[in-house]
Design a protein around this ligand. Structure first.
Ligand SMILES: C[S@@+](CC[C@H](N)C(=O)[O-])C[C@H]1O[C@@H](n2cnc3c(N)ncnc32)[C@H](O)[C@@H]1O
Length: 210
């Protein structure tokens, strides 16, 4: 591994806005965000493009980015500190382990922008039933879950899984155009820009759990 990456992986462990052992925070979120405001999760946040943009759009809410990769979280957390965003926090964790970190009804909203499509392993997709089961245990009943993808197979799989699970679909767009985009949907991550430049259409689903 490159030396710079190793240095970042070591350094991010010292950052005040990143946790590597999210379990210590279960039931203790008031010690991180001392305002009791709604918490939104971004799952698979990578370098945090969505979390950072949402946090700037909505200073009245709190945002938590979750990813498996420390080096990406270094980039996300560094930007949050440079922008002095006090409504942002990051956790290195597997999205399957969210019930270790959050209690029932903790989460008001979830964003999942450009999840890995896992073409050969659908059960690893963040819209697979076992993930929905986890989200149900930590979300408020009215929580909306937002998925963006360029991947046709993941889009169709998600629609089918969500329907099978008994979720309510509030919006589905097979090709998001600038006209459709709300302020939140209009946020573009590194991956979205790359997909658009390659001529791919962006798909969007918003749903809530049964
Ligand atoms: C294609 S990237 C998208 C990053 C970001 N959402 C964006 O649009 O720029 C997918 C990210 O999901 C993360 N990831 C994949 N499976 C995960 C899991 N089970 N739990 C947490 N993060 C995961 C990967 O490490 C990667 O950073």
């Amino acid at each position: 591994m490159a030396k710079k990456k190793l240095e970042r992986i070591a350094e991010v462990k010292t950052f005040p806005n990143v946790s590597h052992a999210g379990a210590e925070l279960k039931g203790q979120w008031h010690t991180i965000f001392k305002n009791g405001r709604p918490m939104t999760l971004e799952l698979g946040c990578g370098k945090g493009d969505y979390t950072l943009a949402l946090a700037q759009q909505h200073p009245e809410r709190n945002y938590i980015g979750i990813d498996l990769k420390s080096a990406r979280l270094w980039a996300a957390a560094t930007q949050a500190m440079q922008k002095s965003l006090s409504n942002v926090f990051f956790i290195r964790a597997n999205a399957l382990d969210l019930t270790d970190i959050f209690a029932p009804d903790d989460i008001a909203e979830i964003w999942i922008p450009f999840p890995d499509p896992y073409p050969q392993k659908p059960r690893k997709r963040m819209t697979a039933a076992r993930y929905l089961e986890v989200y149900k245990k930590i979300c408020r009943p009215d929580a909306r879950i937002n998925v963006k993808t360029d991947d046709e197979a993941l889009y169709e799989f998600s629609l089918a899984t969500i329907a099978d699970y008994g979720c309510t679909i509030h919006q589905k767009i097979a090709a998001v155009h600038a006209d459709d985009a709300t302020e939140e949907l209009g946020i573009m991550t590194f991956y979205e820009k790359r997909h658009l430049a390659a001529g791919r259409s962006i798909k969007y689903i918003q749903f809530s759990l049964p």
